[in-house]
Design a protein around this ligand. Structure first.
Ligand code: ADP
Length: 818
């Protein structure tokens, strides 16, 4: 046999063993063929350990036992016919006659093969069943006398046919359900015509034990055998179906797991290929960063717990990035990471002086504050609150304090904060949750003890989403802020080393509870002189530097700066001025680049060329040619301002009309003034009948700007008296004060702003309540030395001073109207 044949053979019979049955081949010859042949009396008997050979069926058998090899070799040389019988006990190595079943099969050796592993394989074909009668010899191998096994008549009839059809059907089902049986077997079964061979073939292949198979071999009647086979097949089909069901279920479960695992593995690979960190790496990285933090044990435990949580989340799930962001925040936050304070007060003074002009009182107070801080070494001093109009340097003072102390600086604008969550954060479970602004700012500062400016604390609103002021209270309260709880961070954060500085435009809008915790430092507006100095010493150098120019390229003389201030700005601070100076510097830069140089010292004309025509000029005292028009002083968010109260009379029925976008308080002032004049008409020399015959109209320009407050009281009254008497108002006079029905003049606020505005407007005399005298004393002498103050307590004093005896040029002829 060629090597090639051997190969082919092995393909067909991959597993061949004496003890293991395999798919038998078809018989070339039917069982019946031999029935009538004479059978030999004595046959060599080959014991089979595990198999029953059925007539007609071909099986390969590996022969291992010495006795058996001898037997096969001799028989193969002779007539190739042997008897094969199953042994009762598989384990018996050298079976004697009595160890064998007594019904066996005559077999023909079709082929004998020497296998490469040294074993001998024979291919046997069963021929006919026989009885073993007695042992003839035991050595060198077993021989026995045999007897014909009588077959009964072949069964026929419907029942038998139905049996065979059922068997075929079940056999087909089994083949389908068992993936190990080649599908060709099905075709073979369909094509088997001989019913007895069909039964034998299936008996041989059936998945039953040896005893059952032997029982089948010993069953005489074909119909009985068919019945047994059918029973066995039915049981097997049921078993197989059940097995498949279980397997399918297990397989589906496994499949999903495998699929997920496979996809995750792929995802990891893709992420690595893309250069991004795989989730594992990312988690490792976070853990490493966590180890280098100086945070407390409690925070450390929390961090590790949250990190373990992250490790359990599927990296493609949305939760993953939420959790990762959270851990990043914990790592980015400074925990007990302090910068070292520089308490050299001389250094601090130098910085404050260098960066801010004027503001002596404010600077002094700041230095005191730092001195206390140095001695006390904790921040339980009240929080500083700088109050004043915009652009006076409140925020930049905060910055200078940070610089002086060598601390980090952060600023948080509170304007428009209405929701408590903006301060305190959202719980992590909300979609898009974020930490509050306090924590975000601390993160930005990268230190646990920055100078923290809470800008515009008076602009904090509140609405249905909770009150941000109460959260701020906790932030600012030295007793509570060592454990500030942010909903997002879920841990207490110690704010007690932060130096808070608040700023506000006006005190009236600050929550009383907040106000309680702060020490107020007023930063007032600047006079023109101060502004000129600030512009020269700070704003111009700053702008020059920002635009890459030097003093050789642009300089501004005092009067030019004054023009810029008067014609192009209207403010208490210097923010607008800084912008205008910036425009000038840019204008000069453009000229230089276009090789059309101006300056370096700019003239008034250069200023107009660059900034355009003057914007403001109305802010000046006008004349006193008309009766009923008086100059008042007002306080606005941007500082002080002058305003005109205009009143006019027209024949009518004594109606009072008010226009100019006035608030309730201001309207009431007008009512009080009217009532006072009516009551004291005689004192002022007014015919009381006039009140019923003339309509009064009071207007306050500019009509589009809302105005309110009681401080225009004396101005309105003066205007009305002037209108009804047609007396001239003193020139270059302005006034501010509240009135009562009894004719008292009460003090009002914002005096410094108002006085500075009056000065700007070229006013000379100012009437104020006596109680406001102390406010004037606080203003630097040099700013107000050309102003004259007239302090009053009674309305009559106001009229006496404000109105001249002389009438206006074209007075109303009251007799005409009546
Ligand atoms: P505020 O916070 O009061 O609204 P800022 O601090 O923003 O005002 O000041 C506006 C600009 O004016 C800043 O550039 C600041 O440097 C400058 N400035 C204000 N006051 C002074 C001053 N006294 N000396 C120098 N520069 C000043």
């Amino acid at each position: 046999m060629s090597k090639h044949d051997l190969y082919d053979f092995n393909q067909a019979f991959p597993i061949i063993n004496e003890d293991t049955e395999f798919f038998p081949l078809f018989s070339q010859q039917d069982e019946e063929d031999m029935t009538n042949e004479s059978i030999p009396e004595i046959l060599p008997i080959l014991p089979l350990r595990n198999t029953v050979l059925f007539p007609g069926v071909v099986i390969p058998i590996t022969v291992g036992r010495n006795k058996s090899i001898k037997l096969i070799k001799e028989a193969y040389k002779g007539n190739k016919t042997i008897g094969v019988v199953a042994q009762r006990e598989t384990a018996v190595e050298d079976p004697l006659f009595d160890d064998l079943f007594k019904v066996g099969t005559i077999a023909v050796i079709i082929k004998m093969l020497q296998m490469p592993d040294g074993n001998t394989t024979v291919i046997l074909q069963g021929k006919q069943r026989v009885h073993l009668v007695e042992e003839v010899q035991n050595e060198p191998y077993l021989k026995a006398r045999i007897n014909r096994f009588e077959e009964k008549d072949k069964p026929k009839g419907k029942e038998f046919n139905a049996l065979i059809a059922s068997i075929k059907e079940l056999a087909m089902q089994i083949i389908q359900l068992s993936p190990n049986i080649p599908s060709e077997t099905g075709i073979a079964i369909k094509n088997i015509e001989s019913t007895s061979f069909l039964i034998n073939f299936i008996s041989s292949n059936m998945n039953t034990d040896l005893i059952k198979k032997q029982e089948l071999l010993e069953t005489v009647n074909l119909q009985d055998r068919a019945r047994i086979v059918l029973e066995q097949l039915t049981v097997e089909v049921q078993l197989l179906e059940l097995k498949n069901q279980i397997q399918n279920k297990v397989k589906i479960d496994l499949d999903k797991q495998q699929r997920d695992y496979f996809l995750n593995q792929q995802l990891k690979t893709i992420q690595e290929e893309l250069g991004g960190n795989s989730p594992d790496l990312e988690i490792e990285e976070l853990r490493k960063r966590g180890k280098s933090k100086k945070w407390s044990k409690e925070v450390n435990e929390h961090f590790n717990k949250e990190l373990d949580k992250l490790a359990r989340i599927n990296p493609v799930a949305a939760d993953y990035s939420v959790q990762a962001n959270y851990l990043e925040l914990l790592l980015d936050l400074p925990w007990r990471e302090f910068t070292k304070d520089n308490f050299d007060l001389k250094h601090a003074v130098r910085i404050l002086e260098k960066e801010h002009y004027g503001l002596e009182k404010v600077k002094k107070r700041i230095i005191e504050y730092l001195a206390v801080l140095k001695l006390k070494k904790d921040m339980k001093a009240p929080i500083l609150c700088l109050v004043g109009p915009p652009g006076v340097g409140k925020t930049s003072l905060g910055k200078s304090i940070a610089k002086a102390l060598g601390r980090k600086y952060v600023r948080m604008a509170l304007g428009g904060v209405r929701d408590e969550a903006e301060i305190r954060g959202h719980r992590k479970t909300y979609i898009g949750a974020m930490p509050g602004r306090i924590v975000q700012s601390i993160k930005k500062a990268k230190s646990s003890n920055p100078v923290f400016v809470l800008d515009e604390i008076d602009k904090v609103g509140n609405d249905y989403k909770g009150d941000p002021s109460s959260a701020l209270l906790e932030v600012l309260d030295p007793e509570q802020n060592n454990a500030f709880y942010d909903h997002y961070v879920e841990l207490d954060y110690d704010l007690s080393n932060v130096m808070f500085i608040a700023t506000a435009n006006s005190l009236s809008n600050i929550q009383p509870a907040l106000l309680d915790r702060m020490e107020i430092i007023e930063v007032n507006g600047y006079t023109i002189e101060e502004k000129i100095e600030i512009a020269k010493k700070h704003l111009l150098p700053k702008q020059r530097e920002q635009h890459g120019l030097t003093s050789k390229d642009i300089s501004l003389k005092g009067p030019v700066i004054e023009k810029v201030i008067e014609s192009y700005t209207r403010e208490s601070g210097v923010r607008g001025l800084e912008k205008k100076i910036g425009s000038l510097v840019r204008g000069v830069a453009t000229h230089i680049v276009m090789e059309d140089p101006v300056g370096p010292s700019l003239t008034m004309k250069d200023v107009e060329d660059i900034l355009g025509a003057p914007i403001y000029d109305k802010d000046a005292y006008e004349n006193n040619h008309v009766a009923g028009v008086v100059t008042g002083l007002a306080w606005t968010q941007v500082g002080g301002d002058i305003l005109f109260i205009e009143s006019s009379l027209s024949p009518g029925k004594g109606k009072l009309t008010l226009t100019g976008n006035l608030g309730d308080v201001m309207k009431e002032s007008a009512g009080i003034a009217m009532a006072y004049i009516r009551a004291h008409a005689q004192d002022f020399g007014i015919d009381y009948k006039l009140f019923d015959k003339w309509d009064v109209h009071i207007h306050v320009p500019a009509g589009a700007t809302p105005k309110d407050g009681p401080s225009a009281g004396i101005t309105m009254l003066t205007a009305l008296v002037s209108a009804f008497t047609q007396r001239k108002v003193r020139e270059r006079l302005a006034m501010t004060g509240e009135i009562t029905l009894r004719g008292k003049v009460l003090p009002v606020g914002g005096i410094k702003e108002k006085i500075l505005a009056a000065k700007r407007a070229n006013v000379r005399d100012i009437i104020l309540s006596k109680s406001n005298e102390k406010d004037i004393k606080e203003i630097k002498e040099s700013y107000i030395n050309d102003l004259h103050f007239h302090y009053v307590t009674e309305m009559s004093e106001v009229i006496d001073y404000a109105l001249l005896k002389e009438k206006v040029k074209k007075p109303i002829d009251f007799s005409m109207g009546a």
